[in-house]
Design a protein around this ligand. Structure first.
Ligand SMILES: [Mn+2]
Length: 343
């Protein structure tokens, strides 16, 4: 699309410096740690695995670590068994490459402070906390940034790598439904399919392999659906989690059902954690910046998908978030016929 060309060009040149700096760190080093955030999602897992593959291609050694285990749906990804779970990291690393983390805390890994940090992120809450930083809020997934790095390094997008990178794109756009969806997103998808990613198999592995517990938990959450004008919310208690035998990863995506209500602009999913605090997922159809709200409450994320953790009990956390959201949606003007915006 012609009208996009100037901004795309700027976008590429703004990234070039960061790519050069990162490749310099990689060239000069021998051993690397590659990490992502706790409770890793498809982008975290896929981008860490692809980064590991790139480092191997470049003749480097890499240890891939997250604080929580790989969710079951991503365990069929190539190299998934190389991603280790740990709470503390140490070793003779030349640098730690952090993907999708706006701080060391986001990883829940201890020991990172002893390493030189390469920070690659695409969140609205991304900040320059590493020694080398590449934050691109336009990227559909961090996997897209890893793909640029592979190209810039003269690496080969193998079919294993393409599978991991396609997964980052698929999951961070909720199945090509929201997030950063540009012509370039689909061009990358095409390139990855040409490189050997199998879209139907990846979609099946990702979206059609749910354990029954996930559906039971979803059913429970939906019986708690509340709607108030442009806001909707659902919740599950720790008791609900136990009764349905649900794992943490079974909560993924529940908030989208609340957002799917016609006329709703912002949806919230609240989950009671075992220790009594409340984990919140916020989603917006595009007119309210939920990253700003989440950041104000100690969390972070994207403008249309963010999260934070509040003190319990559940009704207190609900009152707190509704207190933030009500004025936001009240100030929205009616946009007749505008329909749901990009999310
Ligand atoms: Mn992401």
């Amino acid at each position: 699309m012609d009208h996009l060309a100037p901004s795309v060009a700027e976008h590429v040149s703004a990234s070039a410096e960061a790519i050069d700096a990162i490749l310099k760190v990689i060239r000069e080093g021998e051993r690397f740690l590659v990490c992502s955030h706790s409770r890793p999602d498809g982008d975290a897992v896929g981008s860490v695995l692809a980064m590991g593959m790139l480092l191997e291609q470049l003749g480097k050694r890499a240890d891939l670590v997250t604080a929580d285990r790989v969710p079951a749906v991503y365990r069929t990804l190539p190299w998934a068994d190389r991603l280790r779970t740990a709470l503390r990291v140490h070793g003779p690393y030349d640098a730690a490459i952090l993907l999708e983390c706006d701080s060391a805390e986001r990883t829940r890994l201890r020991g990172l402070e002893e390493f030189s940090i390469v920070n690659i992120d695409h969140h609205a809450s991304g900040r320059l906390w590493g020694r080398v930083n590449w934050i691109d809020r336009e990227a559909a997934s961090v996997g897209q940034l890893v793909h640029w790095l592979v190209k810039a390094a003269g690496g080969t997008v193998t079919h294993e790598m393409a599978t991991c990178l396609y997964t980052t794109l698929l999951t961070d756009t909720g199945g090509f439904l929201f997030g950063t969806l540009r012509a370039s997103t689909f061009a990358l998808a095409q390139e990855l399919v040409e490189a050997g990613a199998n879209p139907a198999k990846i979609a099946q592995d990702t979206y059609f392999t749910a354990p029954a517990s996930k559906l039971m938990l979803l059913g429970t959450a939906l019986t708690n659906l509340h709607r108030e004008g442009r806001l909707s919310w659902v919740w599950v208690t720790q008791k609900d989690m136990i009764r349905t035998c649900a794992a943490e990863e079974d909560c993924e995506g529940i908030v989208n059902y609340a957002l799917s209500v016609a006329g709703v602009e912002v949806a919230v999913f609240l989950r009671e954690l075992p220790e009594g605090r409340i984990r919140l997922s916020l989603r917006s159809k595009g007119r309210v910046n939920v990253a700003a709200i989440a950041e104000g409450l100690g969390g972070g994320g994207h403008e249309n998908a963010a999260g934070c953790t509040l003190d319990g009990p559940l009704d207190r956390a609900l009152a707190q978030i509704l207190g933030q959201l009500r004025p936001q949606v009240a100030s929205l003007t009616v946009a007749p016929g505008s329909g749901p915006g990009p999310i």
